[in-house]
Design a protein around this ligand. Structure first.
Ligand code: ADP
Length: 622
């Protein structure tokens, strides 16, 4: 579709160019032709008034007058640049001529058959172009009647040679034709086309063509022949008439071999003609654009035949230019749309990637936030659990403690009861002194009970400062209040080192008792079933630290226990909670101390409690 459009526009463009060129050349030729003719048109009228010629016509036999007329004509002819000038008598015989002294002068020639002679004899100005009868030179003839006393006594004629115009023409792609009223080519830049016609008979549309082409010209007012279309065929009668006029000598007046004729959409007349330029050259078909203009004043049709060969090159040029343009345009459009598509796709991909990344970051952030929240909750729970566990362990110790206290207090309470009952009886009996002794006993027992309750108060005191000092002897006493009865029950012995009263450690007694109760309990459980179980306690002072070791004589710690013993819930006992040591560990750490577990080289477990030591000045135990 595009290529068809392109082709049509290219063809139209090239055609317009050819048409414009043909038109310009046609105008140029007509101007120069008309100039040539106009220069001589009025010359015969001038001659007709010259007395030399009138004198001759009045006395045709007078050789003197003939000679005068001849010389005058020759002078005028040269001066005016005409080809030939001559005077014809009423009988058509030439009486005097400018070429009187040339090899073949016109004098004596009969021109009565020439239309220009006949026209002048009828009283008007004649004009005609024909092949010179004598000279064989094609020329245009102007004639005018010579009058004397309103009588035509002869005809003055001036001939203009038109062959020069042909010679000046040198455009190989443009042929100039001048045709007469019958359409016979009289002047042609191609010698082989002279005295032929552009006659063409189309079987189908000849009439229409004739019509359309006829309308193309301005209709002639001078003669019907003049309005003949440029490409009409000569009839037999026409040919006979022209032959009789001897206008073109014996030329056969054949039509050119036009094989096709058409009128284009733009109204151009296009011809295809097969030409045989000479006997030796081959036939070749040519395509032409015919443009012609009628010159009714001089009875001519001037035409140009523009070769359409350049049309193809023009079309090709325009087409290739157009195609190149469209291709470049298409390529550019393709390139830019592809680039835009790529850009768009790239942007989409980027956006998608960006979106995906954003989503992932969001998800990841959410995951992290969730994980963090879970961790916080776990830590929170862990803290709660730890606190609960410590509390639970404390209660367990408290249980033991209350059992111990119950045991410790029941004896003095029974004793107090005994002393009180006894005192009342002694009072009734009036033994006042003995009552006093009993009351002293009761007071002593109350003191003892207060002393027993002291560790309990200490134990109830939570979170005491680590900075407070604890005397190891006090620790031993407090511990024995808690564990005494149990040790007694199991017949267990604890071997304490000497000099504990001189040693002070940082911490609070309640928590340290709790740790010690745990360690001794475990030791007793490890040695359960043994007779006379024994626990060794050693104390070492090292610089600013105090090491208190608890050793039993049980099976010792397994490899598993050695690594996990301080983990919460690690237990090997069916009734155990696995919390005692983990809580003890935490308590010792909170007192800036250390709790380590190992096996004694000679068997049994060895727990070492290391605590910051205090000098006697530093301690301020209540
Ligand atoms: P529980 O006594 O409830 O099991 P602990 O934390 O007090 O919890 O003790 C953890 C475990 O450590 C015990 O189950 C036991 O296997 C081991 N263990 C503790 N002390 C000793 C010891 N003196 N000798 C041998 N094993 C011990």
């Amino acid at each position: 579709m595009l290529s068809v459009m392109l082709y049509r526009s290219a063809r139209m463009q090239s055609m317009t160019h050819i048409r414009e060129q043909a038109d310009a050349n046609l105008s140029r030729y007509i101007v120069s032709l008309q100039y040539q003719l106009d220069r001589h048109r009025d010359l015969p009228r001038l001659l007709a008034n010259q007395h030399q010629l009138i004198n001759l016509l009045e006395n045709p036999e007078d050789t003197q007058k003939v000679d005068t007329a001849n010389r005058y004509l020759a002078w005028l002819n040269t001066t005016m640049g005409a080809t030939d000038s001559y005077v014809i008598g009423t009988n058509g015989i030439t009486l005097a001529a400018s070429n009187w002294d040339q090899p073949r002068p016109f004098i004596g020639n009969d021109y009565s058959f020439r239309p220009y002679f006949q026209q002048a004899m009828e009283g008007g100005a004649g004009r005609y172009f024909a092949l010179g009868n004598t000279s064989r030179v094609r020329g245009y003839f102007f004639s005018y009647p010579v009058l004397q006393a309103e009588q035509i006594i002869g005809v003055a004629v001036v001939k203009v040679d038109l062959e020069d115009i042909e010679a000046d023409w040198s455009d190989p792609l443009l042929d100039i034709l001048v045709m007469d009223e019958d359409g016979v080519i009289f002047i042609s830049t191609r010698a082989s086309w002279r005295f032929r016609t552009l006659g063409y008979q189309s079987e189908v549309d000849g009439h229409a063509l004739r019509q359309s082409y006829g309308n193309h010209d301005s209709p002639s007012t001078k003669s019907q022949l003049v309005s003949r279309p440029a490409t009409s065929l000569l009839t037999k009668e026409d040919i006979a008439r022209i032959s009789a006029s001897r206008r073109y000598g014996a030329a056969p007046l054949l039509p050119l071999n036009i094989i096709r004729q058409e009128v284009s959409e733009q109204g151009d007349l296009l011809l295809t003609l097969v030409d045989t330029p000479s006997a030796t050259s081959a036939e070749r078909a040519g395509h032409y654009l015919l443009q012609s203009r009628l010159l009714p004043e001089v009875g001519m049709r001037v035409a140009v035949l523009a070769n359409l060969k350049p049309l193809q090159t023009g079309i090709f040029k325009t087409l290739s230019l157009g195609l190149t343009f469209y291709l470049v345009l298409a390529a550019l459009i393709l390139f830019f749309s592809a680039r835009n598509r790529m850009k768009l796709r790239h942007q989409n991909e980027l956006q998608q990637a960006h979106g995906a990344l954003e989503l992932r970051v969001k998800q990841r952030t959410q995951e992290l936030t969730d994980a963090n929240q879970r961790l916080q909750q776990e830590i929170e729970q862990h803290h709660q659990t730890q606190n609960q566990l410590i509390q639970t362990a404390k209660l367990a110790v408290l249980g033991q403690l209350s059992a111990g206290i119950n045991h410790e207090l029941s004896q003095p309470l029974t004793a107090i009861r005994h002393f009180a009952d006894n005192g009342r009886k002694l009072l009734v009996r009036g033994k006042i002194e003995t009552v006093g002794t009993n009351l002293e006993e009761i007071a002593g027992l109350a003191d003892r009970m207060a002393a027993i309750l002291q560790p309990l108060r200490e134990f109830a005191r939570q979170h005491q400062d680590a900075g407070r000092g604890v005397n190891l002897q006090h620790l031993r006493q407090g511990f024995m209040v808690i564990m005494g009865s149990q040790l007694e029950q199991q017949q267990a012995r604890i071997l304490w080192p000497d000099g504990l009263e001189k040693i002070w450690v940082a911490g609070d007694i309640g928590r340290l008792e709790q740790v010690l109760v745990n360690l001794i309990n475990n030791a007793l459980q490890a040695m359960a079933g043994r007779s006379l179980p024994c626990i060794n306690i050693t104390v070492k002072k090292k610089k600013d630290r105090v090491q208190l070791s608890v050793r039993d004589h049980g099976p010792g710690l397994s490899a598993d226990a050695l690594t996990q013993i301080f983990e919460p819930f690690y237990t090997t006992k069916s009734t155990g909670m696995g919390l005692g040591l983990s809580i003890s560990h935490r308590i010792v750490l909170s007192l800036n101390g250390r709790l380590e577990a190992t096996n004694h080289p000679e068997g049994g477990a060895l727990f070492t409690l290391t605590l910051p030591s205090l000098s006697p000045q530093e301690h301020h135990e209540p």
